[in-house]
Design a protein around this ligand. Structure first.
Ligand code: GTP
Ligand code: SPV
Ligand code: MN
Length: 586
């Protein structure tokens, strides 16, 4: 039975039923009983596998199709009326053409299946920042995942009332045919159509599709920012909590930084960290002129490999109940394993494809982009402000990526405009979170390259324009945890020790520490980074903070080439910042 009498919702849902012709329609009310029942059905169809309920209560396992293991950027489209509004970094197709294609693919695609109707909220229900959506899907996996990643059900319908402004999302696994896979966005209609993929960011439409691609367009029109950012609260020994947002490309450390545990020397003094969000932040100027952030999600869709008791115990603890594991190793005792969890790979286990796996084979058992889906409330360090409808005030923004050589451990931009420049020139070595060759350097402005729902140069202009609305702006820095030595070994311990860098960043935000000017921005004086108990010597730190002018001159050439893509639309302010950087480098 429908959970609403909202005409706009019912008319749209009915039209999709006519198109997809499901055999059954089930509205998701968000109740535990209904979700339990769905999991049981998932076990029966094999879509889900029950895990050891004593060791992992409420947890299930899922394998995606081996051809369907990451976001597919080549099949992701922005379908606005004019191609120039999508810009040179997005795939574009005319809305009418895409709709015609999709109509054929969706026609009858749910025959013999159930259509699940999921009313969901991005942000705390009732918050002035919250936005609402309906996802239609024929996947139980997607449905139970959405129930973790977002707030779903009856209370969402109540909050939507009879309003017309909800985001429409139609998802079908269809045949999981990679040739007919489309992740299509229609910003002018607040609509998302996803078909032939059942994987994460392609299929959980609240996440990248809505909360970034569609929301970035809403933010442009309404005067706010939808960003690919974690939100971290840092509590100092005086008990004061300061908040930082961080934009790193996929698989570059957002979840890890968001759940950071302070190094022992810090914990002893009383430092604590709080996780507000690990992937997406919606940022708005508050009446006090500061930038305020909410995390629109309700769970974590985190990279499994490398997550361990040592690197990220909070993430691991978050997955101990009511979670979903996708494409990891399935152990004979009904628990899970992945590379980097510990040094004891299991024997007699099944790999991510469901085949018997020999840990000595040299082939990884878990897919490198295997993931856990865990409720935010499970996280031991979840912020008391997590559900605060007003969000949290942001003192600093850090941009970052994986750079073996160029970017120093940290540097601060000179002002907002220079900070926007620093974000726009972000680059990172490619990881497994998207399809493509791992290792090559790609420019990824603000970590938004695959997620900006409109022309990237207009997006930069929007960032620049935001300065007018933020009278008390956060500082903007760039960080790089991934500098390596000649042998390719990381020079910085990373993880919890990143707090040493964040402490400096936050001190800069409050004018509590000096810095040295350099060609690229303000650098820390080495003695201002607290190295107590971290095993890094001054010499190494100096190296980490060094700026190699030859490399940076090559870098500016690369930036110029990248900027050239944007032609006339490139904001003059960014062009001026690049000129200034080149001038300083000599
Ligand atoms: P998405 O969920 O795809 O957006 O990724 P993410 O940005 O949340 O990245 P995540 O925190 O899951 O980390 C991805 C990988 O980077 C894991 O293998 C981590 O172990 C590794 N990593 C994270 N932080 C650090 C760090 O400070 N230093 C080093 N060397 N590796 C790190
Ligand atoms: C990312 O790739 O940035 C992710 C995973 O967080 S996905 O949801 O697939 O986008
Ligand atoms: Mn993450």
């Amino acid at each position: 039975m429908a959970l609403t009498d909202n005409r706009y919702i019912l008319d749209w849902v009915n039209a999709q039923i006519d198109l997809c012709r499901p055999s059954k329609v089930l509205w998701i009310d968000g109740s535990k009983a209904q979700l339990d029942e769905l999991r049981q059905q998932g076990f029966a169809t094999g879509e889900l596998i029950e895990l050891n309920q004593e060791l992992l209560p409420g947890c299930v396992y899922h394998r995606s199709d081996p051809s369907d293991v990451a976001r597919v950027e080549a099949r992701t489209f922005i379908c606005c009326e004019k191609q120039e509004d999508a810009g040179p970094t997005n795939n574009w197709m005319a809305p009418a053409e895409m709709r015609a294609k999709l109509k054929d693919i969706y026609a009858g695609c749910m025959d013999g299946r159930t259509m699940y109707v999921i009313p969901y909220a991005m942000g705390a229900v009732g918050s002035p920042f919250a936005k609402y959506g309906i996802e239609l899907t024929d996947s139980i996996y997607v449905t139970v995942s959405m129930a973790i990643m977002t707030r779903v059900g009856t209370e969402v319908c109540a909050a939507m009332g009879d309003a017309a402004d909800f985001v429409k999302g139609l998802h079908s696994n269809a045949q999981l045919d990679p040739e007919r896979r489309y992740i299509a966005h229609f910003p002018q209609d607040n609509e998302i159509c996803s078909v032939n993929s059942g994987y994460g960011g392609n299929a959980l439409l609240g996440k990248k599709c809505f909360a970034l691609r569609i929301a970035s367009c809403l933010g442009r029109d309404e005067g706010w920012l939808a960003e690919h950012m974690l939100i971290l609260g840092v509590q100092n020994p005086a008990g004061e909590v300061r908040y930082v947002c961080g934009a790193f490309p996929s698989a570059c450390g957002k979840t890890n930084l968001a759940m950071l545990i302070p190094p022992e020397a810090y914990r002893e003094k009383g430092w604590k960290c709080w996780c507000v969000g690990d992937d997406i932040a919606w940022l708005r100027p508050g009446p006090d002129g500061r930038l305020w952030a909410v995390n629109p999600e309700n769970g974590f869709f985190g990279v499994a490999p490398g997550t361990s008791e040592k690197t990220n115990p909070n993430a691991l603890a978050s997955t101990m109940k009511d979670s979903i594991f996708t494409n990891v190793v399935l152990k004979p005792d009904g628990t899970v394993w992945w590379e980097g969890m510990d040094k004891n790979p299991p024997r007699g286990a099944l790999n991510w494809k469901g085949e018997p796996w020999d840990p000595d084979s040299g082939v990884p058992g878990a897919h490198p982009n295997s993931r856990f889906t865990a409720p935010a409330k499970n996280c031991p360090c979840i912020s008391p402000e997590f559900d605060n409808p007003q969000g949290v005030p942001i003192s600093a923004i850090v941009f970052g990526g994986r750079r073996a050589r160029t970017a120093p451990l940290v540097y601060q931009s000179r002002n907002w405009q220079h900070g926007v420049f620093v974000g726009s020139i972000m680059a990172s070595e490619k990881t497994a979170a998207a399809e493509g060759k791992v290792g090559e350097v790609r420019r990824d402005p603000m970590a938004m390259l695959p997620f900006c729902g409109y022309h990237m140069a207009d997006y930069w202009q929007h960032w620049l324009d935001m300065e007018q609305r933020i009278t008390n702006p956060p500082v903007i820095c760039n960080v790089n945890w991934f500098r390596t030595d000649e042998q390719g070994k990381f020079l910085w311990p990373g993880f919890g020790d990143n707090l040493r860098v964040i402490e400096w960043v936050l001190k800069r935000a409050f004018g509590e520490v000096d810095a040295v000017d350099s060609e690229i921005g303000y650098l820390p004086r080495p003695e201002d980074i607290n190295l107590e108990g971290c095993g890094v010597d001054m010499e190494t730190l100096r190296g980490l903070l060094s700026v190699d002018k030859t490399l940076w001159r090559q870098e500016t050439a690369g930036i110029r080439e990248f900027y050239a893509k944007f032609g006339e639309k490139l904001p003059a302010a960014l062009k001026a910042e690049l000129d200034e950087l080149e001038r300083r480098l000599g």
